[in-house]
Write a protein that binds this ligand. Structure first.
Ligand SMILES: [Zn+2]
Length: 291
């Protein structure tokens, strides 16, 4: 924290009373103890795709390798949730280095990767006015946390309402009506958000929803890309992003997320133990060769 940032934070604390987003101690948006706990939760990045049904095939082989900075729990979950709501720089100051560390673990000292952030959906963007992942990557760049990796805002959500979703929408309208009269059908009418949706439904919703911006296609064609997202759940969003980047000619080497909601039950994969990094390049990686 620079002196100016510190002074501004103190001034703001006087004007607008704040409290720690984790423990509610006053005068700071994230206290030193909780910041330390966030860093501790992200101490050992781990491989996380195995618990995400959209990222493994029927044989249990990963279709996209994902490294998570930490498990989505305790201070990390509260800090990230709060950051997604408000985007406070103090939270970014703690979260961005955790993300950068996970990327370092994934690439293992190699260089030349393009970091590709996952776009926020339009509704969330309009509500918040910013994209948390883009903000974190901006922080990574401003702090020069990953000087050997460039980030590129290549992906976008398709704006038009795809006609191939019409049958699904009609189905939802009908089942929505049915849910009013049938007990136990509530799960079919979850509204527009993805929370609470099962694997299949979530995957169907995001399939074909992203594309690479036309002016960015030449920048990612043939380049090794790493997808960046904040939270990993079923992996449907990452799978769709990987599809879009590959369709535009990019080489998707893997993904890095800040937190995984379903961390593996076994001890975290010791990413730092592997001198070559967790995410393998095309030549070393079986699943990439299979495409
Ligand atoms: Zn605290």
């Amino acid at each position: 924290m620079t002196e100016l940032q510190g002074a501004l934070a103190e001034l703001l604390a006087l004007l607008i009373p704040v409290e720690c987003v984790c423990c509610e101690v006053e005068d700071t948006v994230l206290c030193g103890v909780c910041a330390q706990n966030v860093r501790h939760l992200c101490k050992q990045p781990f491989r996380a795709e195995q618990e995400s049904p959209s990222l493994v095939d029927v044989n249990g082989i990963a279709t996209l390798q994902v490294v998570a900075a930490g498990a989505y729990r305790d201070e990390l979950a509260r800090c990230l949730l709060s950051f997604k709501r408000s985007g406070q720089w103090r939270l970014a100051d703690v979260l961005a280095p955790c993300l950068a560390k996970a990327v370092e673990s994934a690439i293992g000292g190699r260089t030349g990767f393009l970091l590709v952030p996952i776009p926020t959906n339009g509704r969330a963007y309009r509500k918040r006015g910013f994209s948390p992942v883009h903000l974190l990557l901006l922080w990574v760049r401003l702090r020069r946390l990953l000087p050997h990796c460039a980030s590129i805002d290549a992906l976008q959500k398709k704006r038009s309402w795809p006609m191939d979703r019409l049958p699904t929408a009609v189905f939802h309208m009908l089942t929505g009506r049915l849910a009013d009269v049938l007990p136990g059908r509530e799960s079919l009418v979850q509204g527009n958000g993805q929370k609470g949706l099962g694997r299949g439904e979530r995957a169907r919703r995001v399939r074909g929803s992203m594309r690479v911006r036309r002016r960015r296609i030449k920048d990612i064609r043939g380049r090794e890309c790493i997808l960046i997202d904040d939270v990993l759940t079923t992996g449907a969003t990452l799978a769709e992003a990987a599809r879009a980047v590959k369709a535009a000619g990019g080489v998707v080497c893997g993904a890095v997320v800040l937190a995984a909601t379903r961390p593996p039950a076994y001890a975290p994969f010791a990413a730092e133990d592997d001198p070559h990094g967790v995410i393998k390049t095309q030549s070393k990686n079986k699943w990439l060769k299979d495409e």
